[in-house]
Design a protein around this ligand. Sequence first.
Ligand code: CDP
Ligand code: MG
Length: 720
Amino acid sequence: MAGFQEPLAKRPKIEGYCRFNSKSTHIPIQQSPVRNVNGYFGNKQHSSNIPVPKSINTPQGKANGSGGIHSNRNTDHLKNLFKQRSALPIFPARSRLLEELKKSDVVIVIGETGSGKTTQIPQYLHEERWDRKGTICITQPRRVAAITIAKRVAEEMNTNLGGLVGYSVRFEELVSQSTKLKYVTDGMLLREAISDPLLSKYSWIILDEAHERTISTDVLFGIVKGAQKSRKIVAGDPLKVIVMSATMDVDHFSNYFNKCPVLYIEGRQHPVEMFYAREKQEDYILATMSTVFQIHKEAPPQHDILVFLTGQEEIDSVTHSIRQIAKDSSLQEYPKLRVYPLYAALPALQQLDVFRETASGERKIIISTNIAETSVTIPGIRYVVDSGRAKIRTYIPGSGFDVLKVKKISQAQAWQRTGRAGRETSGCCYRAYTLNEFNAMTVNPVPEILRSNLASVILQLVAVGIKNILTFDFIDKPSALHVQQAVEHLSLLGAITLRSETLELTETGKKMAQFPIDPRYAKIILSGPEYGCTDEILTIVAVLSSESIYINPSGKKDVAANTRRKFTSVEGDHITMLKIFRAFKASKENKVWAHENYLNHRNLMYAIAVRKQLVQVCQRCDISIVSCQQNFDSVRRCIVAGLFTNVAELQFGGKYITLDTKQEATLHPTSVLFGGKPAYVLFSELVVTGKTYMHINSVVDAQWLYEVAPEYFRKRHIKR
Ligand code: CDP
Ligand code: MG
């Protein structure tokens, strides 16, 4: 996205690309939907083809408001909430749904996003007291979903969050003895399985958003299935399981769960008219922006637009560009635009903007990642503009690491995006790709487990007691080669040993599994005492576990970078972060100080909270916390102990080649090392956006690499 923002902002007239011209056909105001956006053609055939499942169709739901609902604060607000609950598509299906849930140990529930699956089903179970002595656990792939949904359900049940309804996500938990409905991230439940493989605390486990196929959910399918089987033997302690989604490959899942029943909740899906790009678009960002402005010129006010793009940086930049373009005098005759970004890392308060009702005479445009596909429902949307792309984590074969890459989505995701336009009334979906491109997309997304680094999950599986990964009951088995590479990586880190097909955790591995972080970072923390810098390492890992601590306002990026220059370390980004964290602590966590230095106060506070939790794990594992004060060399050496597979070497001609996969990579412009040419660079992450960029880097010494992993580097013949 570098270099994108400025030229666009200065080019308010969107012309000369994407075959859109300024002479768009006049559409009479009030007539909706907009049909004639240049460069697209309608596909009536598909408009009614959004896979809308059959309904359970038994409108005899109990208007049960008593059960788990405390009636002591019977305010208008509560009445209103109850009215909203009763209006949800799931409500009429309540009794029929419960009947089915009673009959089977595993049930798959499919229902359009917003139909009430996640918020209502756990409440129905509790209202019937089917949770018995146990807890109902609902997993979510995203922490923001787990927290916001728990908040909403606590409100609906008129209880305080952390009481009857709680949540548990990485580094943050709000639960108590009385918690009966617990919303958790899938990663957290997997972690719990390490100490309790039978998941004996829970009477119901609801694996939600199953279509996302995150590694943790995929592994949980196997663990929950195993726990259910084992618990059947123990009389009176059955484990009931619900698998939920808005869209998924139902047969595949049902077969995996021994042909379990599938229930469909009928959503309110209105017809959506489809348009495809006539021609393949070279630049999907320009294509989507151009489409947005064409719609804007045609559609009546309050007809809101949802745009699907890829990642935070791209979305912030496009949001800024649209806001700039909207200031142009030629656009003043059209409705006033409110443009909002939406991605998982956005602070909760800012996320609320998205859900605000659009004022009369205005239009809301939301630029979102795939989070708006299923995790959240935004009111007012009439138009969807789909770039057909998403940022996807992908494993580089032969290496120990993943890269974040912008990729084409699957057809299932495209339909899900389309459906967002028909939630409240009929709408339109513009696909900024051709019908041929759509047909070439994979039908379903590739499960994360088949495209990611498995080291973390294998470490956890071994910790749960699964010693032969290849015989584990995966819904989709990763390849033997893929497993072998992860096993090799874990052996290199000293976490496991392999004896005749059986994996065992070493003492180091046992400790590594205690940390809710990537095994490589756990290894760095465990190496802290050896290098005399646990204290510093804990800070760096905590900052890396948080969202970016930097604020780079559009148009003021240089000012922000210059202001922060006083913290810059020539040793790289890790030490720079350490210095910033120390200065922040010295300021007594001052908000104004953070703001003046273009630092994100909220994320710094989060890093402090994470650090506290990491310290607790260290104490549990008997790891001494020592400080090296200003001896930053030892800090960098310690980082090498875990991240030695993430190193790139400078070549003649100034390019970098990664030692592990021998691919070309470039220092990211946001790195403090950008512009310099150290011989060896250790990077935290590779991100592919056009080029392959190394993010968050430190200068390292070739000698250190040999000291940490002599065998590994001998094979790679680096210069010393
Ligand atoms: O899981 P599903 O997509 O079927 O729906 P849900 O998450 O249970 O949401 C049902 C409804 O509750 C939504 O349409 C929203 O109106 C409301 N809701 C909300 O207001 N705030 C939340 N954090 C979650 C849901
Ligand atoms: Mg849901």
